[in-house]
Design a protein around this ligand. Structure first.
Ligand code: GLV
Ligand code: MN
Ligand code: MN
Ligand code: MN
Length: 402
């Protein structure tokens, strides 16, 4: 299977015909199709497929346990296949397909790894369904407890435990899996760039190495009011939950500007949800990020103050502090790839969760000419994708060949 034939296989899965965007959420039918695809690709290559306690899929070339016993833990690459609502084709799948293509390239070249090479498909990276991003790697490494994960609910009130059962998995199996984590000597995630750094360089530079991930988190904002008739309730008699929420939206924008961060309210649920009914309850999700942890905290504090003035509540859903990738590894990769740039990112990744769990971790970014991500406009040329595969193959040769 070539890169382009794998890409063609994945193209229709979960694609919305009208927007062109993808809806691939954890433990849904689309997710099951993607997981079957991954398992079939592993089998086709004779890789050993294992599924950890969380449901992340690992395809191994070589025996990771024998290697670990010999003090030579494996080199793992890969990413995720799930998406945000109406996401692009590249965020996630590019890393998985490139990993398989890089393994093919190494095998075709006759390369014999001294360390096993693993390809991973992390489950539920975007947290689009249950709200917590990188759920698969968080539970794997113990950064989120299994109890909390099981109790997360989706927009229809279905818990992750129920979704796991419906997908044929035992929710009690969910939990940290140190045996799986120990097998990862080094992790390298290739990803589409989610900004314009590479496309605005004067030199033709299709690939960069990651330096760090900005501190980022998600908070749930809830404001309460009283449902009533939109036509007959006088303004002075209203208790409108939307007012406090609207104030929070403006406060988030102002605070982000003041503290040099970014803040987004991109998802909101209004009850009862009628055009002609005053809102009794608004729940919205604040996503805040920035280069400086204290500054991000200040944004959340400013928003909280406003929400509390309206009698509302702000609750933290997830928080990931400043996450530097292994600097020695980044330098080594940048040098090996001919002095390519080393850039930071405001996007979260499973690579960040692994880095925080102490795994030496690196990322490769492939140029995105639109600079847009989490949207159908996300893009990378096929030529750049193949440069990415080559770069990843070179990195794997270096890391698994010693
Ligand atoms: C995930 O892609 C995130 O950064 O929100
Ligand atoms: Mn994403
Ligand atoms: Mn991603
Ligand atoms: Mn991400």
């Amino acid at each position: 299977m070539t890169f382009s034939s794998m890409w063609r296989d994945l193209a229709p899965v979960g694609r919305d015909a009208s927007s062109g965007g993808y809806r691939r959420f954890a433990w849904t039918r689309e997710d099951a199709t993607l997981r079957e695809w991954f398992a079939a690709e592993a089998q086709r290559r004779g890789l050993d497929l294992t599924v950890d306690r969380v449901g992340n899929q690992w395809a191994w070339w070589g025996d990771p346990d024998a290697a670990l016993a010999a003090g030579r833990p494996g080199v793992v690459t890969g990413s995720h296949l799930d998406s945000v609502p109406d996401g692009g084709a590249y965020d996630g799948p590019l890393g998985v397909v490139s990993a398989l293509a890089a393994v093919d390239a190494l095998r075709d070249s006759g390369f014999e790894p001294d360390r096993p090479i693993g390809v991973v498909n992390f489950v539920d990276e975007e947290g689009a369904r249950f709200g917590v991003a990188c759920a698969g790697s968080r539970v794997l490494t113990g950064a989120m407890t299994a109890d909390r994960a099981r109790s997360l609910t989706d927009g229809d009130g279905i818990s992750m435990a129920e979704a796991l059962s419906a997908a044929g998995r035992d929710p009690h199996e969910l939990g940290p899996d140190s045996e799986t984590v120990r097998r990862i000597g080094t992790f390298v995630e290739l990803h589409v760039e989610q900004g314009r750094h590479l496309s605005t360089l004067e030199t033709d530079t299709p690939v960069a190495v990651g330096s760090d991930i900005w501190p980022h988190g998600r908070w749930r904002i809830r404001t309460l009011g009283e449902a009533n008739h939109a036509g007959t309730t006088r303004l002075e008699d209203r208790d409108d939950a939307m007012l406090g929420f609207a104030a929070a939206v403006i406060a988030a924008r102002r605070a982000a500007e003041t503290h040099g961060c970014v803040a987004t309210l991109g998802k909101v649920a209004v009850a009862p949800g009628g055009v002609n009914a005053i809102a009794s309850e608004v729940t919205g999700w604040l996503d805040a990020r920035g280069a400086d942890e204290d500054a991000v905290r200040r944004v959340v504090a400013d928003v909280t103050e406003v929400v509390e003035e309206f009698g509302g509540l702000v609750v933290e859903d997830s928080w990931t502090g400043s996450t530097p990738f292994d600097p020695g590894l980044a330098r080594r990769i940048a040098t090996r790839l001919g002095g390519i740039p080393v850039i930071g990112t405001g996007a979260g990744h499973d690579a960040g969760i692994l880095a925080n769990a102490g795994v030496p971790t690196a990322m490769l970014f492939v140029r995105n000419p639109t600079g847009i991500s989490h949207s159908p406009e996300e893009f990378a040329t096929s030529q750049d994708c193949l440069v990415g595969v080559d770069a990843l193959a070179t990195v794997l040769t270096d890391l698994a060949g010693e």
